[in-house]
Design a protein around this ligand. Structure first.
Ligand code: SF4
Ligand code: SF4
Ligand code: SF4
Length: 428
């Protein structure tokens, strides 16, 4: 186990010049906003013992609003040289060629433009406050500067129902502009209003296909009669007629493969079969076009897979540092917020392991609670339950109202984290 973080994500500010409809910041009620103090940045640099693998200088907010961003990069480079990959994710509105030049000449490796659509008119309806900003111009200029400086410009986009059909146009646009890499992530919903925009199933594919093969109606009949049979047997009303045995055989087949059967969620996935299939086809087309055109592309799956979960922050020994110095294990746990996931609301309480104004980075990293947090999540699928495949998640399991615990006894429930499935992608 690493005795210091290998990578850091530092939120240089949580202020933003946009107010995007899908942004978590919209759900904040009493959070303070501010800029990372340069003294705190210097303290962090002093406390990093060896060069980091990666340094992501952004969080909730627009990092290019921080006037000292180029100086931060320069300062880090002066101490640790060139081996660390430094990246910044921006909404692109402030990425003038002058500023981009400053960032790359200070030692930035990668500037990621977070965009939502190839269509600028649609873009301005999703990104409130963004109308008419010269995204394409800024991107084209950034590519020129990056080429000159040996850096990289990438694009990250969120896939939603309303922009699914623009994905291939976005891909063409990105290739035309000479962008190096495109990452497509599914949408995380903080409120129910955007839930119908999602293009994925949180039910694992295996249980969905298993029930589809049996027939949903047939499976509901089997479940219903098996339940009645159990009740009758308990009341000695009539002899067993075999529904329970049929149910158990199917259920155990799923369990044997590491899944469970949540009928309500499977039904939901089957009802959305047409759009999920269209999403799969579009992603497959995007993948093959990207290969043809020589573009590096990262695409999400359409179904979660309970057996193939992992946490990108844990796997990369990453730490998230808020602008005010508070240390969280990941971006999602840095601030308290509601989440609409798996067809229900839950409160995500923030998880803070320390405060860099008062403690040293390494001491925070080595706190027993934080060590336990990380070691449980190293074998994620084994140690963390996946609620969307569990029937109880649609029957008011009390663990899922908040992220305090899960039914395995883990403190901090990551059992509905969409990032852990790879459906939503962290750019870190
Ligand atoms: S640009 Fe990013 S941080 Fe700013 S409102 Fe939009 S999603 Fe949120
Ligand atoms: S699984 Fe999700 S919520 Fe849990 S630490 Fe990782 S990113 Fe954060
Ligand atoms: S926390 Fe509740 S819903 Fe989630 S897997 Fe455990 S019992 Fe099922």
């Amino acid at each position: 186990m690493s005795n210091a973080p290998r990578s850091l994500q530092i939120e240089v500010t949580n202020r933003c010049n946009f107010d995007c409809v899908m942004c978590m910041r919209r759900t904040w009620r009493s959070e303070k906003y501010g800029l990372l103090d340069p003294k705190l940045f210097s303290k962090i640099v002093n406390e990093v013992s060896t060069a980091l693998e990666r340094l992501a200088l952004y969080g909730f907010g627009e990092p290019l609003l921080h006037p000292d961003l180029p100086l931060f990069i320069k300062e880090y480079r002066r101490v640790f040289g060139d081996s660390t990959h430094i990246l910044v994710v921006t909404n692109g509105s402030l990425a003038t060629s002058e500023l981009v030049e400053k960032l790359f000449s200070s030692g930035l490796n990668e500037l990621v433009f977070s965009v939502d659509s190839g269509d600028l008119i649609k873009l301005s309806s999703i990104r409130v406050g963004s109308s008419q900003y010269p995204l394409l111009h800024n991107l084209a200029e950034a590519v020129k500067v990056a080429r000159k400086r040996g850096g990289k410009v990438s694009v990250a986009a969120i896939l939603m129902r309303e922009n699914l059909r623009e994905l291939l146009d976005l891909l063409n646009e990105v290739v035309k502009l000479g962008i190096d890499e495109l990452t497509i992530s599914h949408l995380i919903t903080y409120t129910s209003t955007l839930a119908d925009q999602t293009l994925y199933s949180l039910s694992s594919e295996y249980p969905v296909k298993l029930v589809e093969k049996i027939g949903l109606e047939e499976w509901e009949k089997i479940s219903h009669y098996a339940f009645i049979e159990v009740l009758r047997r308990q009341s000695h009303l009539e002899p067993e007629i075999g529904w329970q045995a049929i149910y158990s055989k199917i259920y155990e087949e799923a369990i044997r493969r590491g899944y469970s059967l949540n009928t309500a969620n499977i039904k939901y996935a089957l009802e959305r079969k047409t759009i999920l299939e269209e999403t799969s086809r579009t992603l497959a087309e995007a993948r093959s076009r990207a290969i043809e055109m020589g573009l590096t592309i990262n695409l999400p799956e359409v179904y979660a897979d309970a057996n193939r979960r992992s946490c990108p922050y844990i796997d990369g020994d990453y730490v998230y540092v808020r602008y005010d110095g508070l240390v969280a294990p990941c971006m999602d746990l840095a601030y308290e917020h509601p989440l609409f996931v798996n067809n229900h609301y839950k409160i995500i309480r923030r998880v803070i392991f320390g405060d860099l104004w008062r403690e040293r980075l390494r001491d925070i990293w080595m706190k027993p609670k934080y060590i336990t947090f990380r070691s449980i999540r190293r074998e994620f699928s084994k140690n963390v339950p996946w609620c969307p495949d569990c029937n109880l998640s649609t029957l008011n399991c009390w663990y899922i109202n908040e992220n305090g615990f899960d039914c395995y006894g883990n403190e901090v429930g990551c059992s509905e984290c969409v990032y852990s499935t790879g459906l939503a992608k962290c750019i870190i």
